[in-house]
Every structure is written in C-alpha cells, then in structure tokens.
Design a protein around this ligand. Structure first.
Ligand SMILES: [Zn+2]
Length: 137
C-alpha cells in the first residue's frame, strides 16, 4: 500500500495574520477599459480615442484619483451639489460627485472612491483623501 500521508505540500495560509492587506471589495469599484493595442485607459468607450482600436480589456480601478474640474449645480435639485471630473490613477476620467463642503473641493485634490454608484443618481461618489480639517456633517 502506498500513502501520500507526508508528501502533501500545504499552502501557507494564515501566516501573515494582522498584516494590513487591501480589502477586495468587488461591488464598489469602477471598471474601465484599456486598449489592448496602445494601452490607453478610457471610460465607457467603444473605441480607443487614441488609436481607434476596438480591442478593449475591462479592468478594475483602484479607486483613487485627482479632481480635475469641479462645478456646483443648483438646477433641479433642492440642495446644491457638485459635479466633478475625476482623473483616476489609471489615467481615465470619470464624472462624479465629491462628498464634503462644496467650497472645500478644488482642482488637484486627491480623492478616493466611496461608492461606485450613488443610489439616487447612479454616479460614482468620492471622498477627499487629504482633508484640510475634519468635516463634521
Ligand atoms: Zn489604443
């Protein structure tokens, strides 16, 4: 009789307990497209804006970015809200909302994704990474 009792190579699990590993949250993530030909990242496109390539891979953003433009919208809403263009670390730009006081949002501010889809408007919501002060709200 032949037994494999001692030959099983056990994968090392539970070794690094307590290490701050990034938590994978698949539901709150922005997915984008990256051109397989030239590597350009884009959002909600069917063709690459650079090389017109149609071979696009879907990838998942890490969720951090920089505010490129921010405007306040008063129209059709009981309270003013901001509409911001966020340039993500991967290189594509999305339109969304940044939480916090409207006057506290400037171009160049670093943000991270809070909610991929606002339950009301279905747009991504971001929060400021470098808060100049604590925003109690
Ligand atoms: Zn391309």
């Amino acid at each position: 009789m032949y037994h494999h009792s001692t030959s099983a190579a056990q994968p090392v699990v539970g070794f690094a307990t307590g290490v701050l590993a990034p938590v994978e949250r698949t539901k709150d993530a922005i997915v984008y497209q990256r051109c397989a030909w030239c590597g350009t990242a884009m959002y909600h496109r069917l063709l690459c804006p650079v090389c017109q390539g149609s071979e696009l891979r879907t990838e998942r953003s890490e969720g951090t970015g920089t505010v490129r433009h921010s405007t306040v919208v008063h129209r059709n809403t009981p309270a003013a809200r901001n509409v911001s263009l966020i340039e993500m670390a991967e290189g594509f730009v999305v339109r969304g909302r940044v939480m916090g006081p409207l006057i506290g949002i400037h171009s160049g501010d670093r943000v991270k994704l809070s909610t991929a889809k606002d339950p009301v408007r279905g747009e991504p919501v971001f929060q400021l990474l470098d808060e100049p002060y604590r925003a109690w709200s």
